[in-house]
Ligand binder design. Structure first.
Ligand code: CA
Length: 222
């Protein structure tokens, strides 16, 4: 799952990136409303975390613009202003929720899960596909009722596929989930992670769509 974090406070942003990545999210960071709109246009994200006070002052127009072009991107706003008017403006512009600063990453993560549950019309933090279950709250995986230990990257990649059942996710998108915009070189390549997930579950769980990317095995296939 990819998060676009728009926050000009570098220290706060870095803390959030580190903490959220530890919780199996891939986070891309930018610092202005203008960059946020460009990023949302050029790349696929599952949720945007948007600071309300940006240097170019564009947060509310950013929300409105995104709502006018990409209805479905969930937006969680971070704000330091605890005023009723601000909260109403944020929600009226089309944001899904807001968190007051200073904020704890656990609260942000809980709000993200709620937003995504609502968005995907799920009642629980469980992603289920055939015999595979991912528990997004506990960060646990099971296959055929057996617990499977996945590394952070493996969990992140499998979660991405399970969040988009029946869809082919391009290799480029999966590379971005694995390594981020800056192509961080830590850890294994995408192919190695996919190989390891298959080894820990079953070879048929993830399909390679030659020339395009990867997809989760759907219910009607064997
Ligand atoms: Ca700010």
């Amino acid at each position: 799952m990819r998060i676009l974090l728009v926050e000009d406070d570098k220290l706060l942003a870095q803390g959030l990136v580190t903490a959220l990545e530890r919780l199996h999210y891939r986070v891309e960071h930018c610092v202005s409303g203008k960059q946020a709109l460009q990023a949302a246009e050029n790349s696929l994200f599952d949720v945007m975390i948007l600071d309300l006070g940006l240097p170019d002052g564009l947060s509310l127009p950013v929300i409105r613009k995104i709502r006018s072009t990409n209805q479905s991107l969930p937006i969680l706003v971070l704000t330091a202003w605890d005023h009723l008017d601000t909260k109403v403006d944020v929600l009226d512009a089309g944001a899904d929720d807001y968190v007051l600063k200073p904020c704890d990453v656990r609260e942000i993560e809980a709000r993200l899960r709620v937003i995504l549950r609502r968005h995907q019309q799920r009642k629980q933090d469980l992603l289920i596909s055939n015999e595979l279950i991912l528990d997004l709250q506990r960060h646990e995986c099971s296959f055929q009722s057996q617990s499977v230990h996945l590394t952070t990257r493996e969990f992140l990649l499998l979660k991405e596929l399970m969040l988009h059942p029946g869809k082919i996710l391009s290799k480029q998108h999966m590379e971005e989930v694995n390594s981020g915009w800056n192509g961080d070189n830590e850890g294994n390549s995408l192919e190695v992670h996919i190989h390891n997930i298959r080894k820990k579950t079953a070879g048929y769980v993830i399909k390679t769509v030659r020339g395009f990317g990867y997809m989760l095995k759907s219910h009607d296939e064997n």
